[in-house]
Design a protein around this ligand. Structure first.
Ligand code: IMP
Ligand code: MG
Length: 182
């Protein structure tokens, strides 16, 4: 697996610092502990990030997951969002939802989900992503919390996959183009 990585973009230490900073900001912004904060992880890419982030947040949080698909052709987005696993909760009106994502590319997944959750009555909806590739945006969208903005490279590790592999790497690395071009 390591042979397929061109360059490490974020080391374990850098990721640790980023998640610590994000957790501190979230604790500060969601200071009212009487309100219910739901960290909503988007499967599967966000699981490693969410697991680290939630351990560093000191206020009470609930966690849940949704699964959507947007990527069907290897490394390019099809733009169409399908909900594969929905959030099965009867009443969202008491919940402040923070959607946790691994990476934003076109922005279509998160802007769709925000509309969807608001339509379903969530008290508030914000977004937290580990990585953002702003140069790839196809819709007007910016996250409320972002670990790092990165250039337009296909990256893997720390939850992010190519063809379901590389998620278990403890760092974020740029995949060698020959891996996905073959
Ligand atoms: P968007 O809807 O185009 O913003 O797509 C975001 C989703 O695309 C993320 O949740 C990832 O699953 C996937 N994605 C985008 N860029 C990358 C990447 O560089 N590596 C791995 N997955 C990516
Ligand atoms: Mg994803």
């Amino acid at each position: 697996m390591l042979n397929d990585i061109r360059e490490i973009l974020l080391s374990e230490e850098e990721i640790d610092r980023l998640t610590t900073d994000l957790a501190e900001r979230i604790d500060r912004d969601y200071a009212d502990r009487n309100k219910r904060l739901l960290l909503l992880g988007i499967l599967k890419g966000s699981v490693v990030f969410l697991a680290d982030l939630m351990k560093k947040i000191k206020r009470p949080v609930e966690i849940d997951f949704m699964k959507v698909s947007s990527y069907q052709n290897g490394t390019t987005t099809t733009g169409k969002i399908n909900i594969i696993l929905d959030l099965h909760r009867s009443d969202l009106s008491q919940l402040d939802i923070l959607v946790v994502e691994d990476i934003i590319d076109s922005g279509k997944t998160l802007s769709y989900l925000i509309d969807y959750l608001k339509l379903n009555g969530a008290r508030s909806v914000k977004t937290c992503t580990l990585l953002d590739k702003p140069s790839r945006r196809q819709v007007d969208f910016s996250p409320d919390y972002c670990g790092a903005e990165i250039p337009d490279h296909f990256v893997v590790g720390y939850g992010l996959d190519f063809a379901e592999l590389y998620r278990t790497l403890p760092f974020v690395g740029i995949l060698k183009p020959e891996v996905y071009e073959k």
